[in-house]
Ligand binder design. Sequence first.
Ligand SMILES: C[S@@+](CC[C@H](N)C(=O)[O-])C[C@H]1O[C@@H](n2cnc3c(N)ncnc32)[C@H](O)[C@@H]1O
Length: 216
Amino acid sequence: MTGNQLAKQATRNASRGLLRNLRRAIRPFGVFFQGFLENPRMVGSIIPSSQVTIDAMLEQVDWQRCHLFVEYGPGVGTFCPHILDRLPSGGRLLVIDTNPRFIEYLNRDIIDPRFHAVHGSAADVETFVEQLGAAHADYVLSGLPISTLPDGVAETIVDATYRVLRHGGAFLTYQFRPTARELTQERFDRTTRGFVFRNIPPCLLTWGWKGKRSPT
Ligand SMILES: C[S@@+](CC[C@H](N)C(=O)[O-])C[C@H]1O[C@@H](n2cnc3c(N)ncnc32)[C@H](O)[C@@H]1O
């Protein structure tokens, strides 16, 4: 090959690499948007959560005491890598979503022995936790569109969440409307709150704690 041909080949390889990276970066948005178009009431939002929301939501987790973290409605996994980054090496992350497209995407995209993605409803969290051989979850994060779920489903999910959590564990929600916060306040022993302006749209953060005080 001449120097000229080598230079052309290098340019072609560089643009292919660039295209591949661009496709990889855009793909989750495409999968998420497609999921939204297929089932707008169940997905609830067309824009994944912002980095500020993720950091604020995960800030109150005691990672050293976290053996099983559960996430409802992970979508295309906006929170998943951030949870896995913080989770101890012996911990597990169980994600539950009713959309098989999202579960299939996550199982392909996230290769980590601590990661378990299941297709199903958050209402059945106790069964999924039991299937992992665990007695309780330490934390449950919900990305569910609580206020647009069919009648009675949100209440069933929040009740099951309280039962599945260990004493001192917490239920974490980030929502545009106050429904999740109200349900959490009614069912949990104490709550802490936050607000993130830098999210589209801005959202209310709520931590519902099981037990009056966390055990030390
Ligand atoms: C707004 S998206 C959340 C996306 C992502 N967690 C984020 O913050 O960017 C809501 C997700 O909840 C899922 N979902 C809706 N109802 C559910 C249920 N009963 N159990 C589990 N997942 C559910 C939808 O399929 C969708 O992936």
